[in-house]
Write a protein that binds this ligand. Sequence first.
Ligand SMILES: NC(=O)c1ccc[n+]([C@@H]2O[C@H](COP(=O)([O-])OP(=O)(O)OC[C@H]3O[C@@H](n4cnc5c(N)ncnc54)[C@H](O)[C@@H]3O)[C@@H](O)[C@H]2O)c1
Length: 246
Amino acid sequence: MKTLVTGAGGYLGRGLIVPFEGRHDLRLMDVVPFESPHEVLVGSVADLETCRKAVAGCDAMVIAHMASRQAGSYDTPVAPFDVNVKGTANLFFAAVEAGIRKVVLISSIGAVGYHQRKGTFLTIDLPPRSGGDQYSLTKICQEVIAREYHDNHGVAVAVLRPAYITDADSCKDKYGKEAHECNWQFIDRRDIGLAARLALELPDLGYEIFYTLGTPMAKERAEMAPIYERLGWKPQHPFVDKLKAT
Ligand SMILES: NC(=O)c1ccc[n+]([C@@H]2O[C@H](COP(=O)([O-])OP(=O)(O)OC[C@H]3O[C@@H](n4cnc5c(N)ncnc54)[C@H](O)[C@@H]3O)[C@@H](O)[C@H]2O)c1
């Protein structure tokens, strides 16, 4: 299977591809140039023609880009909507033209941020409601676009909702901040990649949402049965052995 991964040079992308290596033929896309042994395409998802080139010849796609979190970039809708939302709309549009039938969207628990703030147990059928910031609003918009392309164009979509991506080896997050206690929201990048790969391998994937959380405590906060039972997913990089659980 030839699989396009967007945002592949970013923090998640660099770890997400690991479980795909040797199993999928990868095309990695990012707006920032980066080194990789795989095929690399440098360009912006905000440009439809670039998206058409990116999907050409691919069977599947993993959408993992986001507008970078430079100072102030999420203070207004401009960059988040241009990259996260328009980029996702361009990719789905180009994917349908190119005959791609399977997509993984890397969303976020932020898509149900309102419910999380209220302490609601996070089920997969909760209506998406943002936590009140541009970032989570764009994650909801991405999910709406994904649903549209499932319902009206027959694209199978797995929506993965990770929370706090942290490297299980170093216990450091994207910004290099080291954890000393285990947060229920932790998830290692490679385990997100494993979930993405397992979802793409499902023969009967529909439009399905998976909370993608890598600690045993997560099942007290979110509906984890779909990812455990439907995908047969088990985190390969747990945190509780290394960190005291809170
Ligand atoms: N980091 C977390 O804790 C976390 C938690 C939940 C969900 N996520 C999701 O994971 C995904 C990746 O996040 P990340 O933390 O790795 O972010 P990141 O900023 O490290 O990576 C995003 C990548 O997207 C690329 N990008 C930006 N604009 C682009 C464009 N116009 N065209 C193509 N590529 C572009 C960036 O260059 C970057 O390499 C996002 O969808 C994010 O919502 C992250």
